[in-house]
Design a protein around this ligand. Structure first.
Ligand SMILES: Cc1cc2nc3c(=O)[nH]c(=O)nc-3n(C[C@H](O)[C@H](O)[C@H](O)COP(=O)(O)O)c2cc1C
Length: 316
């Protein structure tokens, strides 16, 4: 089976999975601004995916051809459900499957999944092997952190590198650190060194606090990694993956035009099935850096429908 990971030029860039942020609508907006080399979906519970709540969760797995290559991310603890979820992902036509082994969310960790798997290598192994079996040849990757309570980069990363993974994303913080400290990039560099010592071919992706495309290029070189994953940096600039665009030169009209495109596509794709309030977290990133931006943001926060947004933006 074609493995897109092997065809990526290095260093490559990925948009991080972000729950309630990186849905198909936002990913299509990012394609129009400057496409990363790889997209990830929001994470989806494997248990949920094979439950009666499947339809709602499948929204998170909706994608368009323009978003390829696209990797579906799942989380869970039960090898059997991970296996079944992987089969569903394969049938949906994704280019890869990613297992979340880094999420610090209290409810996820309490269930033993996400970042909790760092402290439970026996279960982590079962989860990886079952997912791989269900994946039927689709390339498998893992996204993780550098430890649970304490930094355990060498021990944990060398454990993960024993598996037949196509890529490994390392977010340079422990689970306990949440996002409260700067990412430890030297630990990401250590993970890459461990990979090189072991002589395995798994692609290493660094993640944490990358603010610009050039910052990403610099870090990839300095820490000798294959790829850079950017999450929250996208809120600073939806053009972050496009080195041709100097964000400081983007006109207010262009920003507002993008906001409208996003709101219209959201309305068209989700047709009221997703809460309109989800859109509001993007307003800050579009409406900034020009006179009157702050006032407009405040007014946008009160909107309830696409028509409200169109009217407000149209009056600018
Ligand atoms: C709103 C939000 C939602 C997130 N959802 C996910 C998720 O579904 N799966 C995942 O692996 N990480 C998730 N993350 C973590 C990001 O993928 C990324 O690892 C983290 O934000 C650090 O990278 P950054 O500094 O570039 O943002 C989320 C982060 C944020 C801010």
């Amino acid at each position: 089976m074609a493995n897109f990971w092997q065809k990526l030029k290095k260093p490559f860039f990925a948009l991080a999975p972000m729950d309630d942020v990186t849905d198909t609508v936002f990913r299509q907006i990012i394609v129009s601004c400057g496409k990363p080399d790889v997209f990830f979906t929001e994470f989806v519970s494997a248990d949920g995916l094979i439950s009666s709540g499947q339809q709602k969760l499948l929204q998170k797995f909706q994608f368009s051809e323009a978003e390829r290559p696209i990797v579906a991310q799942i989380w869970g603890t039960k090898p059997e459900t991970m296996y079944q979820a992987a089969m569903i992902i394969k049938d949906l036509g994704f280019d890869g499957i990613d297992i979340n082994m880094g999420c610090p969310d209290r409810s996820v960790v309490k269930s033993g999944a996400g970042g909790a798997l760092i402290d439970n290598p026996t279960l982590a192994q079962e989860v990886i092997l079952a997912t791989q079996e269900g994946a039927g040849g689709l390339p498998l990757s893992v996204k993780t952190r550098i430890g649970f309570k304490t930094v355990q980069t060498e021990q944990w990363i060398s454990f993960l590198l024993k598996f037949d993974l196509a890529a490994l994303t390392v977010h340079g913080r422990t689970v306990a650190e949440l996002s409260k400290v700067p990412a430890h990039w030297e630990e990401i560099g250590r993970a890459a060194a461990v990979r090189d010592q072991l002589g395995v071919k798994i692609l290493l992706i660094g993640n944490g606090d990358v603010t610009t495309f050039h910052d990403g290029l610099k870090k990839a070189k300095q820490f000798k990694i294959d790829g850079i994953m950017i999450g929250r940096g996208i809120f600073k600039s939806p053009w972050i993956f496009n080195p041709q665009v100097d964000t400081s030169q983007v006109t207010p009209q262009k920003r507002l035009q993008l906001l409208l495109e996003h709101a219209r596509l959201f309305d068209e794709v989700w047709q009221g099935s997703k809460n309109f309030a989800i859109l509001k977290k993007f307003f800050n990133s579009y409406v900034r850096g020009f006179k009157g931006a702050s006032d407009l943001r405040i007014k946008l926060m009160e909107t309830k429908t696409l028509a409200d947004v169109e009217q407000l933006v149209g009056n600018q």
